[in-house]
Design a protein around this ligand. Structure first.
Ligand code: F6R
Length: 610
């Protein structure tokens, strides 16, 4: 998730672009850059780190000109560095891009073979070279971009300049957001509304598969194939603060609702529906490596540890490989028995959690191979690992992890399926079935979020003063019960326990009385009957029981006080759906209590202390 902006008008462009980037910094901030039409051609200034560094660079090398594009980066291909920062230039062409080009490997090979000198590790530079080739062949910028788009698979919002056409910016969109702003004698583009609000409230939203030519007098929109598009201008009444959170009250709520998008981005290029398999190219392990693994050890902390627990379930059931899951803080310094033949999977959203980093380093020193699953490109854990399988959730601003958790689940289940197929634990038929079921998830998640939001908010309102809350689940639902309890504790400061449903009778059942809400996960899977009887046990002790079950589950409805219905999925994939109402529940309890949802007390987004 990056932010892009563009301006064409009569004012100096650099301050407007910088201001836009500042409002988009929440989309990523590991490097930034501008390209501006100047008398000598397109000039570019880029800097690593926060926007302040770009501002300093611009003080030394000011950009003069009234047409330009800008970018704030959240790395997805290539670590944060100046050479990987946008805009990317090829000959007269400069490009900024938000998204992921899936066929980047094939394009890179093709361009290299054709003699292009590619300087960065990014997919975006390849777009610049493709446009340049068309421009060199005599195409105008619009046609050059159009032809280039026909070569791209994946997600993009791009803005392109060419020295040869200084009065024009060409933009295009597919899957990544892009909005155009229509001002007085000026036209803008940006990834999101907030970047443009100080300049204009008249916006034009591009749809997927559309492009536009921006000039000072306005924008001409067409489909990528060239058919004209008539799109009405919309007047936006958001305040800038609302806009930054896309109209949501908190980043956490926005990120909860971003999960379908986070999953789509994380699946992109990895779910090979044609082959009915996982494309494991980015996992960084060969088929021989897959055959050599004797055991998997998952290391993680907090929410990532809960994702890792689901990962163990998948690695055992789908790949039939012995797997253990460890809290990194308990693994490190224990002199654990680990070594050659073990694959360590270090799961960390930030890639910087000290306990996970140290634990993975210790295991590596003992001869184990380390695979990182991380969301932040170039962070410490990926740097020390033998391979990294990145999640593409985009930057997570709320301290309580939500969309990164779902993206971790996605990478873990994809890895388990990939490994299971390589080790002949999964048949081609079951593999294809799972790939198809994964592809359906983003829509099912969106439906579940929209379908449960109001009911969950009502339940949160009803139980906002409960002093203790229990979350119960079995099998794949156990880590989700733990995650539900952790979310509630960390943002609403309510005492909550997540428990393996079958363990309740060994102790925690003593906690239950008429004042304790008990949220029981009873999706249709192999544990369904047993989980339902645990639910009935809680109900028999007069608890207020909320069941989280599949749509239309009459038994769960009859046995509980309230039923939250989630979309029915393959039994192996229930966590993707069941976690959603639990995230919403903790969010609404916290919001009704008036706590600082995005920055709860005593917590930090990245924990780099012992
Ligand atoms: C809870 C939460 C934390 C993190 C934990 C590990 O919502 O976010 O429990 O999961 O601090 O962080 P990462 O994944 O960055 O290693």
């Amino acid at each position: 998730m990056c932010g892009i902006v563009g301006y064409i008008g009569n004012e100096p462009s650099a301050p407007i672009l910088l201001d836009g980037l500042r409002r988009l910094e929440y989309r990523g901030y590991d490097s930034a850059g501008l390209a501006v039409h100047s008398p000598g051609g397109v000039q570019v200034v880029r800097a690593v780190g926060k926007l302040r560094n770009l501002e300093r660079a611009l003080e030394e090398r000011p950009l003069h000109g009234t047409v330009g594009i800008g970018h704030t980066r959240w790395a997805t291909h290539g670590r944060p560095s100046e050479v990987n920062a946008h805009p990317h230039v090829a000959g007269p062409v400069a490009v900024v891009h938000n998204g992921i080009i899936e066929n980047h490997v094939a394009l890179r090979n093709e361009l290299r073979a054709a003699g292009c000198e590619i300087l960065s590790d990014t997919d975006t530079e390849l777009v610049a070279h493709l446009v340049r080739r068309e421009v060199d062949g005599g195409a105008n910028l619009e046609t050059a971009v159009r032809k280039t788009l026909s070569r791209l698979h994946g997600a993009y919002a791009i803005a392109v300049l060419s020295t040869l056409e200084p009065q024009r910016i060409v933009v295009a969109k597919n899957s990544s957001p892009l909005v155009l702003g229509i001002g007085e004698g000026a036209t803008y583009c940006a990834s999101d509304v907030p970047a443009l609000l100080p300049y204009t409230r008249d916006m034009l939203f591009l749809e997927d598969g559309e492009m536009a030519v921006l000039e000072g007098s306005g924008a001409t929109v067409t489909t990528v194939e060239g058919a004209p598009v008539k799109r009405a201008i919309q007047r936006i009444d958001w305040s800038p603060a609302m806009a930054e959170k896309a109209g949501y009250k908190h980043f956490m709520l926005k990120e909860i609702f971003e999960q379908p998008r986070a999953l789509e981005d994380t699946f992109r290029g990895r779910l090979d529906r044609q082959a009915g398999d996982i494309n494991g190219a980015e996992i960084g392990l060969t088929d021989a490596d897959a055959a050599d693994i004797k055991r998997v050890v998952l290391l993680a902390c907090g929410t990532s540890h809960h994702a890792a627990m689901a990962g163990r379930y998948w690695l055992e059931s789908l790949a039939r490989i012995p797997t253990v899951v460890e809290l990194a803080s308990e693994f490190r310094g224990r002199d654990a028995v680990v070594g050659a033949g073990d694959l360590i999977i270090a799961v960390s959203q930030s890639g910087e959690t000290l306990d996970t980093l140290v634990a993975a380093k210790e295991a590596k020193q003992k001869g184990a191979k380390v695979l990182a699953i991380a969301n932040v490109i170039g962070s410490a854990i990926p740097r020390m690992s033998d391979a990294t399988f990145y999640t593409h959730a985009g930057p997570e601003i709320g301290v309580a992890s939500t969309k990164c958790f779902s993206a971790q689940l996605a990478n873990l289940v994809m890895f388990a399926i990939w490994l299971g197929r390589r080790r002949d634990a999964l048949s081609p038929e079951r593999t294809r079935e799972l790939v198809e079921a994964l592809a359906r998830l983003p829509q099912q998640m969106a439906d579940t979020l929209n379908g449960t939001r109001q009911l969950v908010a009502n339940l949160a309102r009803r139980y906002v003063d409960a002093r203790d809350v229990l979350f119960l689940g079995r099998g794949l639902s156990f880590p989700i019960a733990l995650e539900g309890a952790l979310k509630l504790k960390e943002i609403s400061y309510v005492h909550a326990e997540g428990y393996a449903a079958g363990e309740m009778k060994h102790g925690p059942i003593a906690l239950i009385d008429a004042r304790v809400p008990v949220l029981v996960l009873v999706p249709r899977d192999d544990n369904y009957e047993r989980s339902l009887s645990n639910l009935q046990e809680a109900k028999a002790r007069e608890a207020m029981v909320i069941a989280i079950a599949n749509e239309g589950d009459v038994d769960a409805r009859d046995a509980s006080d309230d039923l939250i219905e989630v979309a029915a999925v393959d039994p192996a994939l229930t966590p993707f759906l069941t976690v959603l109402p639990l995230q919403l529940y903790s969010y609404y309890v916290a919001d009704f209590k008036g706590t600082d949802v995005d920055q709860p007390r005593n917590l930090a987004k990245t924990v780099t202390v012992e």
